[in-house]
Write a protein that binds this ligand. Structure first.
Ligand code: 2AM
Ligand code: CA
Ligand code: CA
Ligand code: CA
Length: 263
């Protein structure tokens, strides 16, 4: 499969940042870690990876705007194009030596996500998607799983921690999904969760209190693999609400219905 020029730029940035993360992961006990808020950690590894991605993408496409987790918003000369970047999704896993973390890079053109790359350097799994061009893992075309019944489905989620989210609401959702599905998984990287849905490894995924950089690339990945993504009401406001529900058409619909139950 020949990759387009823009995907090549994104892959190059992700791989270079991935090499930096892999080096830091090897000596994670020596990393400087600071707290952004309760339970919310950031390390030198996050910042280094972000600098690499910022430098690579700015060099390849001068003037594009950015939204990055650590640096925030950077307004470029070209406001029509915006990179949405999470340099390390799954920092908590990373800092505990768990090899489930990723780099997520998306490109938005006039408010529409047109390209996405998610890379897990520890497993050397590279996910790419371009609008209208399909989704791939290491050059293999991806398709969401075909299971249509929630009772057969394995569903990913993320649960809030100390200082984040509404724990009571999370417990009600968890209880309702738990009672209707074959299994729940909690990976700790929302970007990878969505890549796994695209790859058909998990049948669906939902999580609340997320940011655009956690989900921008993953939304395109799932859609290009034939799946559906929405906010918790089935609407399009995932970035604004911070909630995402994903799966094939049937699982997505059933999940939205289940998590809307308030008791
Ligand atoms: P992070 O590792 O980049 O911070 C796991 O459930 C998901 O939630 C990950 O994508 C993780 O991204 C994100 N996350 C973890 N802590 C968070 C916080 N305090 N605020 C918002 N998102 C967070
Ligand atoms: Ca973070
Ligand atoms: Ca994240
Ligand atoms: Ca992050």
């Amino acid at each position: 499969m020949a990759r387009s020029a823009i995907i090549n730029v994104m892959v190059q940035a992700a791989m270079k940042a991935g090499r930096s993360l892999a080096r830091d992961f090897g000596e994670v006990q020596n990393l400087q870690v600071s707290l952004k808020g309760p339970g919310d950690y950031v390390s030198q590894a996050d910042r280094k990876a972000e600098e690499i991605i910022y430098a690579e993408l700015s060099k390849a496409r001068p003037g594009y705007s950015f939204l990055m987790e650590e640096r925030g918003a950077v307004e470029g000369d070209d406001p029509q194009h915006r990179w949405i970047v999470d340099p390390l999704d799954g920092t908590t896993n990373f800092l505990h030596g768990i090899p489930i973390f990723s780099i997520s890079i998306a490109l938005e053109r006039q408010g529409q996500i047109v390209a996405g790359v998610i890379y897990n350097p520890a497993m050397d799994e590279l996910y790419t998607a371009e609008r209208g061009g399909g989704a791939f893992m290491n050059d293999r075309r991806l398709r969401v799983a075909a299971r249509s019944k929630l009772s057969d489905a394995v569903i990913g989620t993320g649960v809030p921690h100390l200082g984040r989210g509404h724990h009571g609401m999370a417990l009600i959702e968890l209880k309702n999904v738990m009672g209707e599905t074959a299994g729940i998984r909690r990976l700790g990287s929302a970007a990878l969760d969505l890549a796994y849905v695209a790859a058909g490894r998990m049948d669906g995924f939902w999580e609340n209190w997320l940011s655009p950089w956690d989900i921008a690339a993953g939304i395109l990945m799932v859609r290009e693999a034939g799946g559906f993504c929405s906010d918790g009401t089935g609407g399009p406001h995932m970035f604004e609400n911070g909630t995402i529900v994903a799966g094939n058409e049937a699982i997505h619909k059933a999940l939205v219905k289940t998590i809307q139950r308030k008791g």
